[in-house]
Every structure is written in structure tokens, then in C-alpha cells.
Design a protein around this ligand. Structure first.
Ligand SMILES: Cc1ncc(COP(=O)(O)O)c(C=O)c1O
Length: 399
């Protein structure tokens, strides 16, 4: 690896990469944990000679280690780290030529929609949203000026699974960049570059950090031309993560695979419990059947489950009575969270669009942590019962 983050691919498994990639034993001291390089500037000596670093916005050894680790996890040659997921998304959006067109998956993170529709629209960028489960709809939305196809899979918050290889084929034929926000799936769940995507983005704030204590973002790609431009944008726009944030991420990443396997298996159990609950009208979860139907790139269901109850007041009563699940935005950490997309994460989407997209007032999104699965299910059971009595719905109790 050099200071620009170019990776030599390794054949190690993901659990091994998570512990070792970018994080060798420190050559100077033998320290097993990577040092945090707080220095903002680096010596030139003699004049005209550096050791790969000059100034920490342009490059920093702790950030380079994170970038190498993330690149390995996503089977990418280049990793570029940012101060937040949205800063990473902004850098990708800056690749779209002025006046060009972007196709967005209908069910993306509200902040992504807001960025394209309320910020980049000022530079003449137009957007069309489509349900990318139907490749025909995507193909029909593409125009001569389409520069980017942007998707998440599983989608947010409805957890639809999209066939990444089909979308990538359509993107390639249209000479449009295919960008996959892989925050929900994580590299444990899928590696979109291997399905033909050009760019992968992460909000590392979520599963990669995993402990609700760091905000960050990253871009991964195999294309040297894109990596060069994105490195330029990273330095020119300056939204870089601090060395301490990079170190926190590197520490979180070491347990990534263990956490995701546990979170995904608990989420599956929770989804099965909710499917059988009479107060729940719909459960959204990437089951094996859905994953296979979408081409099989997604290897596991992941740690997020969404479900619907009758209406907003039932959702509110339920959320207010959860004890182990904290009512909070965000996802992917060791502690379980619950949130109400219509009034929280997706509130920036106009109400009419939100409803058309299926984000009902009774929709609840759970981020499943690493607690005991039975405790989490009991917590949901008692909160559903409270919601039932608070909103006067008939009891479903079978006991
Ligand atoms: C899928 C997805 N992508 C991107 C983001 C934005 O990331 P950040 O909050 O780190 O800026 C979020 C935030 O919730 C998200 O859920």
C-alpha cells in the first residue's frame, strides 16, 4: 500500500482481513495496536523529500491504515475515507457533470435523496427515482445524460433486495456509474464491486464502527481514474476524518464479522417472531428466498428489520414502551435501536413521496444489536402488548 491507498489484493478470509488488513504490528515499537498519528504536518528532509506524507488533510498514516483495511474488506484496490457517510456521498455526487441526470433507487436513505434533490439540483442535476427491483423500470428511466445510478441493497427502510449484477449491466451499457451504498449489507453481506458496481459507499458510522461512537464515511473502487478524482475531491473539499476517528473505526472493524453474524441471526429470529404477531401487518426482511430471487449477491439478511403496525399512534405507543431497544436514529451498533422512519430518518422526504414509496406512519425500523435474542424478543412482545392496550386494539394474547 502507498499513501494513496492502492491495495495489493489478499486471499485471506474476511475475519482475517478485519483483524489484520492495514493494521500490521508497528515496525518501530512492536505495538500490536496501531499508533494514532495526530501530527498535522510531516517533515520534508532534505528539501523535496518526504516519507509519503506532507499534511494531514492530504494524507495521514492512521487514515491510510483505515483506507487499506476498508479496501481489503470490499475487495477493492482503492479506499478513500471521509468525515461522514454524507461527505462520501457528496464526493461521489461531485462526479456527476453539471446538468446531468441521476437515477436513484426509490427507497434510499432520506439524506441521500435530500442531497441530490436539494443541493445538487442547484448545479442542474436532475433525478428520477425508480424501484430497482424491476430492471425494466431502471432501463426506461435512463436518458442520454444519465451519469450516475445510485442504489442501496437492502434498501432503507423497506429492505428490498436488488439484483446488483443486473443493475451494473444496465449501467455499463448506458455508460453511467453504478454506485452502491453498502452500509446496510456491510462487506460481510456482499461486495458490490464483485457484482460489477463501479463505486461502493459506506456510512462507517453504522456497522463498520459498530459502537455508536464515531461518524465516518468511505468510498471504495477498483477504477484508478475514479480513485484519482476522488482523492483529489477528498483533499480539495477537505471532509476528512480525524486520526482518532480512523483509529476507532479500525478497532471496531476487528470484530465486524462476529458482530454481523450475531446481529443477522438475531434479526432473523425477530423477523420470524414479528411475522407471527397479529398486531403486525407486514414484516420487511431480506429472507433467503428474496436474496436468491435477486441474484444471490447478498449472502445474509443483516441486522435491520422493519415492520408495520396499524397506524402512527400504535407505533408511538410501541416505541415509547420499549426498554432494551433505545428509540434513536442510526443503526448497526452493538446496542439495539428502534426508530420511526416517517418522523425521523426519512422526515426530509415530502410526505406524499414518502407515502407513495411505502413509508407508512405505522412503519418501525429496528437495528438489532448483540444482546441476547430472547431478551430482545420479550422486549418487543411487552411493547406490542402495551401498544395494543393503549390504542384499544383487541388482545391477541394466546396464553
Ligand atoms: C444507508 C445510509 N447511507 C448513508 C448515511 C449517511 O451517513 P452519515 O450519517 O455517516 O453521514 C446513512 C445515515 O443514516 C445511511 O443510513
Amino acid at each position: 500500500m502507498n499513501a494513496k491507498g492502492r491495495q495489493q489484493p489478499s486471499n485471506h478470509g474476511l475475519g482475517t482481513k478485519a483483524v489484520h488488513a492495514g493494521q500490521p504490528v508497528d515496525a518501530a515499537t512492536g505495538a500490536v495496536t496501531l499508533p494514532i498519528h495526530l501530527s498535522t504536518t510531516f517533515a520534508h528532509h532534505p528539501l523535496g523529500t518526504t516519507r509519503g506524507y506532507e499534511y494531514s488533510r492530504s494524507g495521514n498514516p492512521t487514515r491510510a491504515a483505515l483506507e487499506a483495511s476498508l479496501a481489503e474488506l470490499e475487495c477493492a484496490r482503492y479506499g478513500i475515507a471521509f468525515s461522514s457517510g454524507l461527505a462520501a456521498i457528496t464526493a461521489v455526487a461531485m462526479l456527476a457533470p453539471e446538468g446531468s441526470h441521476v437515477v436513484l433507487e426509490k427507497d434510499v436513505y432520506g439524506g441521500t435523496w435530500r442531497l441530490f434533490s436539494e443541493v445538487f439540483s442547484r448545479y442542474g442535476i436532475t433525478i428520477t427515482t425508480v424501484d430497482m427491483r424491476n430492471p425494466g423500470d431502471l432501463a426506461a428511466a435512463i436518458t442520454k445524460s444519465t451519469s450516475i445510478i445510485w442504489l442501496e441493497s437492502p434498501t432503507n427502510p423497506l429492505l428490498h433486495v436488488i439484483d446488483l449484477a443486473s443493475v451494473s449491466r444496465i449501467g455499463r451499457a448506458a455508460h453511467a456509474l453504478v454506485c452502491v451504498d453498502n452500509t446496510f449489507a456491510t462487506p460481510v453481506g456482499q461486495n458490490p464491486l464483485q457484482s460489477g458496481a463501479d463505486i461502493v459507499v459506506h456510512s462507517t458510522t453504522k456497522f463498520l464502527g459498530g459502537h455508536s461512537d464515531v461518524v465516518g464515511g468511505a468510498i471504495l473502487t477498483n477504477r484508478p481514474d475514479l480513485a484519482e478524482r476522488l482523492h483529489f475531491l477528498q483533499n480539495a473539499t477537505g471532509a476528512v476524518p480525524s486520526p482518532f476517528d480512523c483509529w476507532l473505526l479500525l478497532r471496531g472493524i476487528k470484530t465486524l464479522e462476529l458482530r454481523i453474524l450475531r446481529q443477522s441471526s438475531t434479526a432473523e429470529k425477530i423477523a420470524a417472531f414479528l411475522v407471527d404477531h397479529p398486531a403486525v401487518s407486514a414484516v420487511h426482511y431480506p429472507t433467503k428466498e428474496l436474496r436468491t430471487a435477486a441474484g444471490g449477491a447478498l449472502r445474509l439478511g443483516g441486522g435491520v428489520v422493519s415492520f408495520e403496525v396499524a397506524n402512527r399512534s400504535t407505533a408511538e405507543a410501541l416505541l415509547n414502551h420499549l426498554e432494551l431497544f433505545t428509540l434513536a436514529e442510526s443503526l448497526g451498533a452493538v446496542e439495539s435501536l428502534a426508530e420511526h422512519p416517517a418522523s425521523m430518518t426519512h422526515a426530509s422526504i415530502p410526505e406524499k413521496t414518502r407515502r407513495t414509496n411505502g413509508i407508512t406512519d405505522g412503519l418501525i425500523r429496528l437495528s438489532v444489536g448483540i444482546e441476547d435474542p430472547d431478551d430482545l424478543i420479550s422486549d418487543l412482545e411487552q411493547a406490542l402488548e402495551h401498544a395494543r392496550s393503549a390504542t384499544g386494539q383487541p388482545s391477541h394474547a394466546v396464553h
